[in-house]
Design a protein around this ligand. Structure first.
Ligand SMILES: [Mn+2]
Length: 284
């Protein structure tokens, strides 16, 4: 297997030529954090290039305005991600952007449309199976952000630091031939408070969905991909593009599931062309 670092090289992306594209009815991505070094923009770009959908939901924290106030990081691949989304909108994908807390500056444009991208605060998505899903970022139900924003900023700085350590650590692991291991995921799982924090967030969203009389909720914000039933409510979290590299998708039959960058992008590289099934060739 090629080391993961190769995918950060834009020339490697181009060299592939043929791409297998998977079609979905809808795709939800969030917590991309464009504008930070933690953002895995190259992998997201590959994911976007390997998928198509009637609707693409950007469920918040797509651009990180909090980092903009401190240190801004933006390279060509971050541009390419934006261009890829605009191109999808132009080609007929319905793109809906629901701003989160890190891109809260965009909240002033809620209910406006720009270049085929509709900006909304929240909405209800109806699946092909008739399930009504409330779609929102979720920060309003985060006790820390709602009650003590300064604490959230401190947490954000600490999180950025842990991600940095994680990057260096995994470069070393890759050189030693060891697989990727997420330090921050490990810490989150180990810290008891984090577990209860996540569970209280999930339950708050499920109870909001119940209050609104919908079948489920789709959100992001806590960087913890999940689909599960919470007392009869389908709770879905699409994860993030800093660590998990996941998206929530609705397939053509109306089933909701989580997909990873790995399962969408990796098969075409290693599988033989005839094993790929439905393959179409896109101009680069
Ligand atoms: Mn957020």
């Amino acid at each position: 297997m090629k080391p993961a670092d190769d995918f950060l090289d834009p020339h490697f992306l181009k060299s592939r030529g043929k791409r297998a594209v998977t079609r979905f009815r809808a795709i939800w991505i969030s917590d991309v954090h464009l504008g930070t070094t933690g953002c895995q923009a190259a992998r997201l770009l590959e994911f976007l290039q390997h998928t198509e959908s009637d609707t693409l939901y950007l469920v918040g924290d797509i651009v990180d305005g909090w980092q903009l106030k401190r240190r801004w990081y933006w390279d060509q691949i971050h541009n390419n991600v934006v261009q890829s989304v605009l191109k999808k909108a132009k080609k007929g994908t319905e793109v809906i952007f629901i701003p989160g807390n890190h891109d809260e500056a965009i909240r002033q444009f809620i209910d406006l449309d720009f270049g085929g991208i509709r900006i909304r605060d929240e909405l209800v998505h109806v699946t092909a199976q008739g399930k009504r899903m409330l779609v929102l970022h979720g920060d309003r139900f985060d006790g820390v952000i709602a009650c003590a924003k300064w604490l959230a900023y401190v947490g954000d700085t600490l999180y950025t630091l842990i991600l940095k350590i994680n990057q260096v650590f995994n470069k070393w692991r890759a050189r030693a031939g060891l697989p990727y291991w997420s330090l921050s995921q490990y810490l989150k799982l180990k810290v008891k408070n984090a577990v209860s924090y996540i569970s209280s967030f999930e339950h708050a969203l499920a109870s909001e969905a119940r209050k609104r009389n919908v079948d489920g909720v789709i959100c992001g914000h806590i960087h913890k991909p999940e689909i599960r039933d919470i007392e009869g409510i389908t709770y879905c979290n699409d994860g993030d593009w800093v660590e998990s590299l996941t998206a929530l998708v609705e397939d053509l039959s109306g089933e909701l599931r989580l997909v990873t960058w790995h399962e969408i992008v990796m098969p075409p590289i290693h599988a033989k062309q005839e094993e790929l099934g439905e393959v179409c060739v896109l101009p680069s």
